[in-house]
Write a new protein. Structure first.
Length: 342
């Protein structure tokens, strides 16, 4: 190969790399512009004051706004009786969120350190930070106790989906009354079939708290099975109650759990159906939603539950009666991780 030909090939390669670089910059800029562009036909969103208390207007929903535009991923609020109405955005961004009794927990990206990561931030009623803990993985679940004294969150530390078996989670608990922080539920004593149980493959996720501010329910996975467990913060124990329950959520009256259940014969990518468990009788009731729901459902009251399903801009919220009757209905477009206040 002649010197001239080598120089020509090198020149062409340099020009090609430069073109690729310019195209990448243009595409990145376009994506940034799209995020700042309001969603066509989407909800009206304005910046304003937002608190984690009901306020004079009655019940409200606070949630992660998924509508495309400058307020995407921010906590936003609407009146509970007008869920598709104009939204008030807070300026606080969360990937997962929950709130009760004036306390909020916000799992968010943390870009302030040497390396990007995630953190759990506890918020007061005015969205001011009162505590913060680094996260060991990708945020997936968050809950605050009914009295606002306890917070829990779950992250993926290996894998990124509950649908398969190749994943690992870490679930943490924080007592805001004492500041006690349990980095992993795996440090609790497990009682299974009346005996102390240990296994290296143990995973926990999806905590939900009872009104006594010491009892909780969660999912335990081990040996290829999932279990509903009841936890005791005082005794630092969890006890298995039933198989094949994931992401439980306790009703406001404390009598029932809504959860997702793997149903044989369904696709491995969409294996769940929503059920409600009566804790007194241990009787399960399938709900009218026939689509696979991968979410920790929330209760609007003792009669209705709300959950997310994939939508055009990430997720939409749906509601369905908790007694197995009726039919699912879309509650809000472009929304995720709701908390009903008041």
């Amino acid at each position: 190969m002649t010197l001239r030909r080598r120089i020509l090939i090198l020149t062409c390669a340099v020009v090609l790399l430069a073109a690729v670089g310019v195209l990448a910059v243009v595409r990145a800029s376009s994506r940034a512009d799209e995020k700042d562009r309001p969603q066509a036909g989407g909800p009206q969103i304005t910046r304003g004051g937002l608190t984690l208390t009901p306020g004079e207007g009655g019940r409200r929903i606070v949630f992660r706004n998924m509508a495309w535009g400058p307020h995407r991923d921010e906590l936003a609020s609407v009146p509970a009786d007008a869920p598709e109405g104009p939204r008030t955005a807070s300026g606080v961004s969360c990937l997962r969120f929950h709130s009760a009794a004036g306390t909020g927990v916000c799992l968010q990206a943390d870009k302030g350190g040497v390396q990007d990561g995630y953190k759990a931030v506890v918020l007061d009623a005015r969205l001011k930070e009162v505590a913060s803990h680094p996260l060991a993985g990708i945020p997936t679940r968050a809950r605050v106790s009914p009295g606002g004294h306890l917070a829990a969150w779950t992250v993926f530390v290996g894998g990124d989906s509950y649908a398969g078996t190749n994943f690992s989670t870490r679930t943490s608990l924080l007592d805001l009354r004492t500041g006690k922080y349990d980095a992993s539920l795996e440090d609790f004593t497990i009682r299974k079939d009346g005996k102390t149980y240990r296994n290296a493959d143990v995973n926990f996720w999806g905590v939900t708290f009872a009104a006594d501010e010491k009892t909780f329910y969660a999912t335990l996975a081990t040996g290829g099975q999932t279990y509903l467990v009841r936890g005791d913060l005082t005794g630092r124990t969890v006890t298995t109650l039933r198989e094949n329950l994931e992401c439980p959520s306790l009703s406001p009256d404390g009598t029932r759990l809504v959860f997702k259940k793997r149903v044989p014969g369904l696709s491995a990518d969409a294996p769940w159906r929503l059920h409600v468990l009566d804790l007194a009788s241990m009787r399960e009731t399938p709900l009218a939603e026939e689509r696979s729901v991968d979410d920790q459902v929330v209760w609007t009251d003792d009669h209705t539950v709300v959950y997310s399903l994939p939508g055009d801009f990430g997720a939409d919220l749906y509601s369905v009666p908790a007694d197995g009757s009726g039919a699912p209905a879309r509650l809000m477009a472009s929304a995720l991780a709701p908390a009903f206040l008041g």
